[in-house]
Design a binder for this molecule. Structure first.
Ligand code: MN
Length: 239
């Protein structure tokens, strides 16, 4: 390629990159097998329930840090680095002890947040069809589920996740996990979860976790949850 043409393309790419810079620049990306996907929607899409600044910091720094730390942990362990994320989590006991805690925390954090961005989305909707029937059968309906889920998130001491797990036969259950643990570590599947680490809500809600838990339901993408429910029953839900 002639030099001037190459410079033109590089120049265009640089301008495009500069124009697309988010208000908070992404943290430095470590090299490695794991990567952070961009958010599938604008960061301000959930206002006023979740503010854009919280979304930017949460995705570009907190989630990126889990990815970077996971890549750093597996750097000298090619057998672990080559495994899919859900398989690493299901087989933590096989991960070399020297990196097991780092992998548990950061692979867990990467998986939890990857799921979290997916189950949220603009457009909202409502549970329908098979999923609506399962919520009624297993948990007592949408209102009951929201109340019990919020209570579980509120009672969780410290940092962690409120979750709804789904079995291969489609049974739902409300659970919690501390820190960045995930039911994937037991080979289970998560239909959806809410992040109750303070970094998920502190800028807007400070100590009012209960208000955040209530507001978060406005960000749930029920069409995506229906897809995930069908995938769980088909055995194709990974994260
Ligand atoms: Mn988080």
């Amino acid at each position: 390629m002639p030099t001037n043409r190459r410079h033109l393309i590089l120049g265009t790419a640089a301008i495009a990159a500069a124009t697309c810079m988010p208000r908070v620049a992404a943290a430095q990306t470590a090299t490695g097998p794991f990567r952070l996907d961009p958010l599938p929607y604008p960061t301000n899409v959930f206002e006023p329930y979740i503010d854009a600044r919280t979304m930017e910091i949460h995705h570009n720094f907190h989630h990126q840090a889990y990815v970077n730390n996971l890549n750093a942990a597996v750097k000298d362990y090619p057998a672990v680095a080559a495994m899919p994320l859900e398989e690493i989590l299901a087989k933590l006991g096989d991960v070399p002890e020297a990196i097991r805690t780092a992998v548990r925390n950061n692979a867990g954090g990467h998986a939890n947040h990857t799921m979290f961005w997916q189950v949220m989305g603009p457009g909202g909707g409502a549970p329908a069809g098979d999923l609506q029937a399962a919520i009624l059968r297993d948990i007592g309906g949408l209102d009951t589920m929201q109340g019990r889920f919020n209570d579980a998130g509120l009672r969780l001491f410290g940092s962690g996740w409120a979750l709804v797990t789904v079995t291969r036969d489609g049974t739902l259950a409300i659970e919690t996990r501390p820190n960045q643990d995930t039911p994937l570590m037991e080979g289970k599947r998560v239909l959806f979860a809410n992040d109750v680490w303070e970094h998920a809500y502190y800028l807007n809600y400070q100590n009012r976790r209960a208000d955040y838990l209530k507001a978060w339901w406005n960000t749930v993408n029920w069409n995506k949850l229906a897809e995930r429910y069908a995938a769980a029953k088909a055995g194709t839900l990974d994260i």
